[in-house]
Design a protein around this ligand. Structure first.
Ligand SMILES: *[C@@H]1O[C@H](CO)[C@@H](O)[C@H](O)[C@H]1NC(C)=O
Ligand SMILES: *[C@@H]1O[C@H](CO)[C@@H](O)[C@H](O)[C@H]1NC(C)=O
Ligand SMILES: *[C@@H]1O[C@H](CO)[C@@H](O)[C@H](O)[C@H]1NC(C)=O
Ligand SMILES: *[C@@H]1O[C@H](CO)[C@@H](O)[C@H](O)[C@H]1NC(C)=O
Ligand SMILES: *[C@@H]1O[C@H](CO)[C@@H](O)[C@H](O)[C@H]1NC(C)=O
Length: 244
């Protein structure tokens, strides 16, 4: 009994291996038909000149434990602690910066210099810490995107060599949800339908299709989490160009 079953399973496996992958869904726009994934460049054209000089300076994260977050973003991620501003005994704001002088790691800057250029720098992180006891009945601590859908999906960090960065994250015991060369996992915040975005309304099949495409596009990427559960996508500087 067993042998014929094994034999037929083998035949099936052979047939599966030889069959072409199922065709992807297609998308039609006018006379053009594309298959997913596809990228569409945004329009050219001028923007309101009144917005000249606008840029994103910082992303602000609520932290449950400032000591822990400060340690993570300095020691592991290599950001400088620019300052902590204690507004009262119940609220502090902490700014973190990567050296802005050279993206290849040169141009190392002092804290004093980063402070001077604070409002002319991009890519800063602000850590907001309310020093207050929780209200009765509150779910403590504040849930990160790994626990609950919020308008923050993840932060993106460019590194010269993701494999070297991964070894570093492992050395520091950082939670890594997806390693270089791995597909999107089936469990954890990347495998659930509520962390990167709210996909709870999708069927398992549709969600799996997303996971598959994300796996193919993000083979070189790492997904990890900071101590509050904010998801960090770590990407190589040289990624394949979406537009060829
Ligand atoms: C689609 O193709 C037809 C025939 O070639 C052409 O007449 C029409 O203008 C095209 N439509 C668009 C939106 O490009
Ligand atoms: C269809 O493809 C052609 C050639 O790539 C492009 O010029 C055109 O803008 C596309 N049309 C639409 C409606 O996307
Ligand atoms: C905050 O984090 C630090 C460092 O990880 C830890 O020693 C400390 O116990 C934490 N504080 C609280 C209130 O959990
Ligand atoms: C936090 O608040 C308590 C009073 O509730 C105060 O004793 C303590 O110094 C405050 N901590 C900081 C870092 O300001
Ligand atoms: C690193 O960046 C600096 C400043 O942008 C540049 O002058 C230098 O040539 C770069 N070095 C390498 C090895 O890419």
């Amino acid at each position: 009994m067993l042998l014929p079953l094994l034999f037929s399973l083998n035949i099936l496996r052979f047939a599966l291996a030889c069959s072409p992958p199922p065709p992807r869904d297609t998308y039609t726009d006018g006379n053009n038909t594309s298959s997913y994934p596809y990228a569409v460049p945004g329009p050219e054209g001028s923007l309101d000149p009144a917005t000249t000089g606008y840029f994103i300076n910082h992303v602000s994260l609520n932290t449950n434990n400032l000591t822990r977050s400060l340690d993570f973003y300095t020691r592991v991620i290599g950001m400088r602690h620019m300052f902590t501003y204690h507004l009262t005994q119940h609220l502090s704001l902490t700014y973190m910066a990567h050296s802005q002088g050279g993206r290849n790691g040169t141009g190392y800057q002092t804290t004093e210099e980063l402070l001077r250029y604070k409002n002319n720098a991009a890519g800063l992180i602000e850590l907001v810490h309310f020093n207050t006891s929780r209200l009765p009945g509150d779910p403590a601590p504040i849930p990160g995107p790994d626990k609950f859908t919020s308008t923050l999906s993840h932060l993106g960090i460019i590194v010269p060599d993701p494999t070297a960065t991964q070894a570093r994250l492992e050395e520091y015991g950082v939670t890594i949800y997806k390693k270089v060369g791995e597909p999107m996992p089936k469990d954890g915040p990347l495998g659930n339908k509520f962390s990167l975005g709210d996909a709870r309304g999708l069927s398992d099949e549709d969600f799996e299709a997303i996971q598959k495409v994300m796996s193919e596009l993000g083979m070189l990427n790492i997904f990890a989490a900071d101590p509050d559960g904010n998801l960090l996508e770590i990407l190589p500087l040289n990624e394949p160009n979406l537009f060829g």
